[in-house]
Ligand binder design. Structure first.
Ligand code: GLU
Length: 473
């Protein structure tokens, strides 16, 4: 197996989805249509960097348009190509279907190492890339809405929105042309942490299902579970921090660009992150931990849960036999290749697949887009009203019982939900419901042996139904 040429990223995704088509016995023509990337744009554009013209290459792939807008991040990375962008766009299609976010799938990439450019240069490059996307019909609130991904964040999203606004001053919904914006520019509270928090909500729901835990060889709750995490970027950091601080799990190893840190007693994620901030993003030298240069070796450590939260194709046919965990929770997109997935399934290692586990980001992007179209912050109308109702409940309880409600309880009952409360509640509900549907699909059909196939079965049935209803087939 290891000697065979590995599948490309998009072929790997397609092979995984094929398992679902087989279970559902879907017509091969329909299957090919669902898998096909509907449009892909490649642009090359010049930007004057320090007096020299540099030509940049970028892509935006629209995998599906059965729902609009098509949705997905834009990544800035030194390794990105059309195949990768198409694979990631396909994952977005399935992801949105799994969590019932009414969007098609899209993804963009710019071939660049952002660390080599200043803030002002990145702004010039981003604005120019945005103009290309807008002019060629690959960016608007109604048709195609980017978001942050590897190498981009709310700063880039603000530049994208501002460029679109200048090109389309008549568009009253211009803020909805991109999600993941800063809160004071139409962003939503809780978007930055959303993907990581969604990963944690997915794991918590898994641990509420005793039969699923048992078949993974796990028991109890998340407390004291030994976790290895790869990548302490936006997704990995928030996931690991919540797992450590709220669920009392033990993060025993952290893998980063410059190596791995191991500490059997568990890390304080906040301390590691602080250290990285002070040391140019590096973990080497962090006190009270064993450091090793070969980070990927730590993927093979014995642990209860392995969370790859960095890039694609980190678990391949070459190391899948050596993975020693019970559960892999895919916080990154495509961390396990098709070949590795087959090996891990045979070895009985449970995988919560990317298209479900990291769907928290696009879920909260959906909330942000709705906020932008409705031009009002969630909770603005009802918060004080809820507070007044809470006070009435307190008065009723006190007058009926003749006793005073303790202050802490009164504060809880009286408090109206703000935007962050609502976003987290919507995210939690979304991740729980999707898990329940996936678990139910897996456990009720003997032909489905793993969570990934179950998730794809759900996605593909929803997508093919939607095509059928509008008469495509
Ligand atoms: N880039 C994220 C992902 O891969 C978020 C996409 C979005 O919010 O549109 O899911």
């Amino acid at each position: 197996m290891a000697s065979k040429k590995p599948y490309s990223f998009s072929a790997s995704v397609n092979h995984m989805v094929d398992r679902a088509f087989k279970v559902l016995d879907i017509d091969p023509g329909v299957a090919n249509d669902i898998k096909a990337c509907s449009a892909v744009l490649q642009v090359k554009f010049p930007v004057n960097i320090k007096g020299k013209i540099e030509v940049f290459t970028g892509w935006r792939a629209t995998h599906s348009t059965h729902r609009l807008p098509s949705k997905g991040g834009i990544r800035y990375a030194p390794i990105v190509d059309q195949d990768e962008v198409e694979a990631l766009a396909a994952l977005m299609t399935y992801k949105c279907a799994i969590v019932d976010v009414p969007f098609g799938g899209s993804k963009g990439g710019l071939l660049i190492d952002p660390r080599n450019y200043t803030r002002d240069e990145l702004q010039l490059i981003t604005r120019r890339f945005t103009r290309e996307l807008v002019r060629k019909g690959f960016l608007s609130p109604a048709t195609n809405v980017p978001a942050p991904d590897v190498g981009t964040g709310e700063r880039e999203m603000a530049w994208i929105m501002d460029t679109y606004k200048h090109l389309h001053p008549e568009d009253i919904d211009y803020q909805g042309c991109v999600t993941g914006k800063p809160v004071h520019h139409g962003g939503i509270r809780g978007r930055t942490e959303a993907t990581g928090r969604g990963v944690v909500y997915a794991l918590r729901e898994f641990f509420r299902h005793p039969a699923d835990m048992k078949s993974a060889g796990l028991s109890g709750g998340l407390e004291d579970k030994r976790i290895v995490i790869q990548g302490l970027g936006n997704v990995g950091y928030h996931a690991a921090k919540l797992l450590q601080e709220e669920d009392k799990a033990l993060i025993i190893a952290i893998i980063e660009r410059d190596g791995a840190l191991v500490n059997d007693a568990g890390f304080s994620i906040e301390h590691v992150r602080q250290y990285m901030n002070e040391h140019d993003g590096c973990i080497k030298g962090f006190p009270d931990a064993v450091y090793s240069e070969n980070g990927n070796k730590a993927l093979e450590m014995t642990c209860d849960i392995l969370i790859p939260a960095a890039m694609e194709s980190v678990i391949t046919a070459d190391n899948a036999e050596k993975i020693k965990t019970r559960l892999i929770c895919e916080a990154a997109n495509g961390p396990v290749t098709f070949e590795a997935d087959e090996i891990l399934n045979k070895r009985g290692i449970t995988i919560l697949p990317d298209a479900y586990a990291n769907a928290g980001g696009v879920t909260v992007s959906y909330f942000e887009w709705i906020r932008n179209l409705s031009h009002i912050r969630f909770g603005r109308m009802e918060r004080r009203y809820d507070e007044i109702r809470g006070r009435h409940v307190i008065s009723a309880i006190e007058s009926l019982t003749g006793r005073e409600v303790p202050d802490w309880l009164e504060a809880e009952i009286v408090r109206g939900a703000d935007e962050l409360d609502l976003v987290r509640s919507g995210l939690d509900d979304t991740m729980r419901l999707a898990y329940q549907q996936i678990s139910e699909a897996k456990n009720s059909n003997k032909k489905i042996r793993d969570f990934r196939t179950a998730a794809y079965v759900l996605a593909v049935s929803k997508i093919s139904r939607s095509y059928q209803v509008i008469g495509v087939y």
